[in-house]
Design a protein around this ligand. Structure first.
Ligand code: ATP
Ligand code: MG
Length: 137
């Protein structure tokens, strides 16, 4: 069974829509194998988004990701990685399909409500970044 990592970002946590977003995953047939609410440190956010460290928006992205708590989850199911990306919608909420999480809950390309792993290889790395094996059940 495929697993992928989801992060409900600080903007969506602040809007109090954690339950509504988790419901999107469950309603689409994904199972929540693990979930927790955490406050990322600057070092956590820099390490997690290290692939983007040469991009012009890197510092803003890190500051945004530590601006409040996030909810990290492992989603499990058939085609979990692609299914989650589909539920999320495009990175820029103005380009996201109606009915997607970003279309419904995100305000801007910076504050875009959710993160989802973009490959199975990255999913494994990202799950290991946040969760110990005993937390996955
Ligand atoms: P995520 O990795 O958060 O799931 P994504 O895979 O859709 O989003 P990426 O290209 O990996 O998008 O970018 C990571 C994050 O960096 C985006 O979610 C967004 O918050 C921010 N970002 C991406 N492109 C831009 C941009 N052009 N300007 C500002 N922020 C951006
Ligand atoms: Mg990405």
């Amino acid at each position: 069974m495929e697993q992928t990592l989801s992060i409900i970002k600080p903007d969506a946590v602040a809007k109090n829509v954690v339950g509504k977003i988790l419901d999107r995953f469950e309603s689409a047939g994904l199972r929540i194998a693990a979930t927790k609410k955490i406050q990322l440190s600057k070092a956590d956010a820099q390490a997690f988004y290290a692939v983007h460290n040469q991009r012009p928006f890197f510092n803003d992205l890190v500051e945004f990701m530590i601006s409040g708590p996030v909810v990290v989850s492992v989603l499990e199911g058939e085609n979990a990685m692609a299914k989650n990306r589909e539920l999320m919608g495009a990175t820029n909420p103005q380009e996201a399909e109606p009915g997607t999480i970003r279309a419904d809950f995100a305000d801007s390309i910076d504050a875009n409500a959710v993160h989802g792993s973009d490959s199975l290889e990255n999913a494994k790395i990202e799950i290991d970044f946040f969760f110990a094996q005993r937390e996955l059940c």
